[in-house]
Design a binder for this molecule. Structure first.
Ligand code: CAA
Length: 241
């Protein structure tokens, strides 16, 4: 019986690579997205993976979305909390909206999604949760107090839920990617990326989404049952947590 996985923000960027890699590893996969219908349609056309539209920042939407997936496909056994946004700016220029949007989409989403899948995982005595955090949650990043706080919050969330889930067969881990070649990083001003960020990466290049996806496949596997509450750092040597 194929295990059922859900990847939030799973139609673009790192999430897309995760959806594709999990499918390749033999899982049944659903991808969530919120805004870009066109990208979701071409994703499904190209990969055959169904996409479900709901807002992970909103608890009620998560409940509806997860029910829909369980009804149409199967109950979720593997949850990858990947959806995330940036609203960069120095604190002295940041608006409350920039703060709230990032906290809601990047951190509150983990509560929302885990809350709606956890009871079923506990009943079955099996679950895999992987939270995609960031190097910037580990080290902090100028211009990102909102994102750094949300991503650091995910690490505490991961460690707490790992303790709760252990006896129920549920592992909860985090991955901290460094700067990865996606639209999110391409949106960083070019001179900042080339002059300030790339020189800080010892391997001399951005990560590729598939490199993060392979970490997810490992943590999602039945074989990774001993690993829980861990933070897997994948950043080309830019920062050692
Ligand atoms: N690393 C190092 N230095 C940085 C930096 C970074 N990430 N971002 C900005 N700086 C430096 C700039 O090079 C600049 O230095 P100089 O004064 O020496 O030229 C200084 O900070 C001020 O920057 P700006 O002139 O750009 O100031 P601004 O107010 O116009 O914009 C900003 C500030 C919005 C933070 C803009 O610089 C920016 O978008 N920076 C990128 C921030 C960043 O790293 N975001 C990560 C996005 S990718 C991501 O988040 C995925 C992930 O998980 C890793």
């Amino acid at each position: 019986m194929q295990r059922m996985a859900l990847v939030t923000g799973g139609t673009r960027g790192i999430g897309r690579a995760i959806s594709v890699a999990l499918t390749g590893a033999g899982y049944r996969v659903a991808a969530n997205y919120v805004g870009n219908d066109e990208a979701a349609r071409s994703f499904t056309r190209e990969t055959g993976i169904p996409a479900f539209r709901f807002d992970v920042a909103d608890f009620d939407s998560c409940e509806v979305g997860v029910k829909q997936i369980a009804g149409q496909l199967a109950p979720i056994e593997i949850l990858i909390n990947n959806a995330g946004i940036t609203r960069d700016g120095m604190l002295h220029k940041m608006t409350p909206q920039q703060w709230q949007e990032v906290i809601a989409t990047d951190l509150t989403s983990c509560f929302n999604m885990c809350r709606v899948v956890i009871e079923h995982m506990r009943e079955r005595g099996f679950g895999r949760i992987v939270n995609i955090s960031s190097i910037n949650g580990q080290k902090g990043q100028m211009g990102q107090v909102n994102y750094s706080a949300a991503k650091a919050g995910e690490l505490g969330f991961t460690k707490a839920l790992a303790q709760e889930g252990a006896r129920a067969g549920i592992t909860v881990n985090a991955i901290c990617p460094g700067y990865v070649n996606t639209e999110m990083v391409q949106a960083v001003p070019k001179d900042v990326l080339e002059k300030s960020i790339l020189p800080q990466i010892p391997i001399g290049r951005l990560g590729e989404p598939e490199e993060i996806a392979r970490c997810v496949v490992f943590l999602a596997s039945d074989d990774a049952g001993l690993i829980t509450g861990a933070t897997l750092t994948a950043n080309g040597g830019q920062y050692f947590a």
